[in-house]
Design a protein around this ligand. Structure first.
Ligand code: ADP
Ligand code: MG
Length: 420
């Protein structure tokens, strides 16, 4: 008996090795820019290695009495969950082709099984699988894998006509569950580790930028201001339209440089230095007025809702916070859209800023706020970094939600100093 058990264990471990290997390999294709297996290259890689695994699992099945079992469904489930629909279809196609050449009635059962699981996983992916907690993921996927067994069991019982089928099904379910849990756990911890490394890099970068900002920005701002003043004086002297055009260009560029410098300065010293009593809703409306023409240029409608809330803080920094976020939202809607802004006060000041723009991928979302992270041609990658550091210095918290092609929403929550 114990010999037999060892035989089973050996076969099972071989199968587990096939499943674990691609998960370990997939670590190497996660990059800083693409942590979510979203590029075609990554998907192609996943499709190939998980198809290979699936075929290996079928080639080395384990035999229980006269029933042949294998874990081919696990690579399919994991591959499709993390790679998406196309990866899933590729794995199904290659596995079923291979299964077809093995022959037997099992092929048709396999087709039904794959179709059911494919539909179930499709449903799971569409319901934001990736953002769920580990436990929820494990439970959801366990349910998904047990359903086809439950559906097919009566049928198999009818064909074989013996209670052995039920025993085998129970055993297979237990083994599958265990293997699946291990796989998901491994995959998740692999992704988590990469995320941790990214956070670490981000933190190091932030430290450097903050040192740089503190030492250089102030020295640069003064000469800029002086130059701007003199240019304005000179512009008054020159009446020629062409000359004036050049002065305007020069002043505009200086303005850009100044706004970048002020981003750096705010980042270096996000603390609220010039605290004064103000109405934070009014400040938000002022910021909206500043960017209104920019919004019109982009065909963006702005909806504002809120109530007056008295607050103590640094006007300049609060405006900078709002303007940086608004600007990004507008820039995310090149073909027009709606910017919805609301501010309400409960126990805290709750601010929501929402656009109907291009949205972000999962990896972009992970990197937002990182110094110099920008997807725009002329982007500086400072706006969000500054905005978030202002929120932190106000003792607040923020959350960014985004969906590609649907839009992005910023949820900011600030502690209340005093209510009107
Ligand atoms: P910049 O605007 O100069 O690119 P930011 O720090 O303001 O730098 O933004 C960093 C990046 O975050 C942007 O390049 C963009 O990819 C992304 N992003 C920020 N806000 C949004 C938004 N509302 N919608 C989509 N992407 C956004
Ligand atoms: Mg920006």
């Amino acid at each position: 008996m114990s010999n037999l058990l060892f035989e089973y264990m050996k076969d099972y471990l071989v199968n587990m090795l096939f499943i674990i290997l691609p998960i370990l390999f997939s670590q190497s294709i996660i990059s800083k820019e693409h942590t979510a297996f979203e590029t075609n290259k990554q998907k192609f890689f996943l499709a190939i290695i998980f198809s290979g695994t699936s075929i290996l699992c079928m080639s080395f099945p384990f035999e229980l009495g006269d029933t042949i079992l294998d874990l081919r469904l696990i690579p399919f489930v994991i591959g499709m969950l993390y790679g998406g629909v196309r990866v899933g279809l590729t794995i199904i196609f290659s596995s079923l082709t291979f299964r077809f050449f093995l022959g037997g009635i099992g092929f048709y059962l396999s087709v039904v099984e794959y179709v059911i699981i494919f539909l179930l996983i499709y449903f799971v992916i569409k319901n934001n699988y990736r953002t769920q907690t580990l436990w929820k993921k494990i439970i959801t996927v366990s349910i998904v894998t047990v359903i086809p067994t439950l559906i097919l069991l009566p049928f198999a019982y009818h064909v074989v006509g013996s209670i052995v089928v039920v025993k085998v099904a129970i055993l297979l379910t237990i083994i599958s569950f265990f293997s699946l849990w291990c796989s998901i756990y491994l995959m998740e911890s692999t992704i988590e580790k990469v995320h941790m490394i990214i956070q670490l890099h981000k933190f190091e970068k932030e430290t450097i930028v903050s040192h740089l900002a503190a030492s250089v920005s102030h020295e640069v701002r003064n000469p800029l201001t002086v130059t701007k003043g003199f240019l304005q004086l000179l512009k008054e002297k020159y009446k020629d339209t062409e000359d004036r055009y050049y002065f305007d260009l020069a002043l505009e560029e200086l303005q850009t440089a100044e706004s970048i410098i002020s981003d750096y300065l705010t980042y270096a010293k996000p603390s609220m230095e010039n605290q004064e009593p103000l109405n934070i809703f009014e400040e938000m409306q002022r910021s909206i007025n500043v960017i209104r023409s920019y919004a019109q240029m982009h065909n963006v409608d702005i909806n504002v809702a809120g109530e007056d809330i008295s607050y103590r803080g640094d006007k300049e920094k609060i405006r900078q916070l709002f303007i940086n976020i608004f600007k990004n939202c507008i820039e995310a809607m090149p073909d027009g859209g709606t910017l919805t802004v609301s501010m309400f006060c409960d126990q805290k000041i709750e601010i929501t800023i929402k656009d109907t723009g291009v949205g972000m991928t999962e990896s972009q979302l992970l990197r937002i706020g990182e110094p110099f992270f920008s997807t725009k041609e002329n982007g500086t990658g400072l706006g969000m970094m500054v905005a978030f550091s202002v929120i932190k210095s106000m003792g607040g918290t923020y959350k960014v939600l985004s969906k590609e092609a649907e839009g992005t929403s910023f949820h900011i929550s600030l502690p209340l100093t005093s209510k009107m």
